[in-house]
Design a binder for this molecule. Structure first.
Ligand code: B12
Length: 316
């Protein structure tokens, strides 16, 4: 007969508190323990394994409300998926691309029906089944562009675009958080967009790639004044400052990219490099500054640079 394990012991074995176990059970249905005739909870070894996995994933930055009801097998996959091996291109390309296409189609259908819960579930499933790097390079960029095109063609509304952005933002934030908790040895990289620009997916996806290569990621987010970014880079002793750009009207963007890079240059430590991504990246090259400035138009290019940076750090 299996030994009766009460909530205190189960929590201890899972590495969380008994209070947390009860809360996760009550609020999110994370586990369903049996009860003794006197009403006390009893846990099986499978429950404890589940609680341990949930605890570890929450420590990595996942929100319990998103993952509480996933089956154990999916929790395990999610855990493995976010290991660094998820960044190695070991998958079978053909199989994966049809899987990616199916996922994208299903997500677009959910969004067009305004079924936001299903959309969020599908994104979570993508995180579980598709390697993180593939997800970044092949899923989200192309989905955002599709949503943009559909809004332009009036097949989708601005409300759908905003809801989609908000849900994707939430998920990608969790992915970044979970990778960041493991990456500490690489270079220190700062991510931001220029002042007035709220489009953060380019830098967020880049930050996930960087964290996957073990770099120390400091994600400062969008709409950053040049002086403040320079100040942050000095305080954090950043090796590289990475900027995202989108062509927007003059009333939104306060200054040109070249002016922004010049202002930033004034504030940065001598050896800090500036990499500029997105559609305006080439404008950065026209700034007359005596430091390394790179124009990185696409995510796959920045991915290569992060890898080289990691390899050079390891070789040094
Ligand atoms: C989501 C979105 C928003 C969201 C952003 C939410 C967020 N948290 O980021 C919100 C709703 C805030 C928004 C607002 C606006 N938006 Co908008 N938005 C989009 C949308 C649908 C997707 C953009 C996106 O995230 N793409 C995902 C990224 C990864 O892909 P990408 O932008 O194509 O970038 C590629 C490369 O440029 C590069 N890249 C980009 N950034 C970076 C960064 C680095 C470091 C690297 C290495 C590479 C890189 O990698 C990508 C793939 O290779 C696009 C539509 C589209 N077709 O792209 C419009 C779009 C960018 N928006 C546009 C506009 C006009 C606006 C608004 C002015 C709309 C308005 N009237 O209010 C405002 C401006 C707000 C502001 N001050 O910035 C225009 C820009 C026009 C242009 N000339 O390109 C677009 C293209 C829509 C359109 N066709 O008109 N938007």
């Amino acid at each position: 007969m299996e030994r009766v394990i009460n909530v205190k012991v189960a929590a201890k074995m899972a590495g969380i508190t008994a209070h947390t176990v009860r809360g996760w059970e009550r609020r999110y249905g994370a586990v369903s323990p049996s009860r003794t005739p006197t009403g006390r909870r009893t846990y099986t070894s499978e429950d404890i394994q589940r609680l341990r996995l949930l605890g570890q994933l929450v420590k990595r930055g996942h929100q319990i409300s998103f993952i509480a009801t996933l089956p154990n097998a999916d929790l395990e996959k999610l855990w493995r998926q976010e290991d660094e091996s998820a960044f190695q291109p070991t998958h079978k390309k053909k199989e994966l691309s049809s899987e990616v296409d199916t996922m994208i189609t299903e997500m677009m259908v959910a969004l067009s029906r305004f079924d936001l819960d299903r959309l969020s579930d599908l994104i979570l499933r993508t995180r579980v089944t598709i390697p993180t790097r593939t997800m970044v390079l092949e899923v989200f960029g192309s989905m955002m562009a599709q949503v943009g095109r559909r809004v332009m063609a009036e097949e989708m509304t601005v409300a759908q675009e905003h809801a989609f952005s908000a849900i994707v933002r939430d998920h990608l934030g969790q992915v970044l958080q979970s990778l960041k908790s493991k990456s500490k040895e690489g270079k220190c990289l700062l991510f931001a967009t220029t002042e007035g620009d709220l489009h953060e997916f380019g830098i967020l996806l880049s930050a996930i790639l960087a964290a996957g290569y073990g770099h120390e990621v400091r994600y400062l987010g969008p709409n950053m004044p040049a002086n403040d970014l320079g100040h942050a880079a000095s305080m954090l002793n950043a090796d590289v400052v990475i900027l995202g750009t989108v062509p927007l009207s003059k009333d939104l963007l306060k200054i040109s990219v070249a002016q922004y890079v010049s202002a930033l240059h004034e504030q940065l430590p001598r050896d800090t490099e500036i990499w500029v991504g997105g559609d305006l990246c080439n404008q950065a090259l026209t700034a007359t500054v005596d430091r390394t400035v790179k124009a990185v138009p696409r995510l796959n290019k920045v991915d290569e640079l992060f890898k080289d940076l990691r390899d050079n750090t390891e070789a040094a």
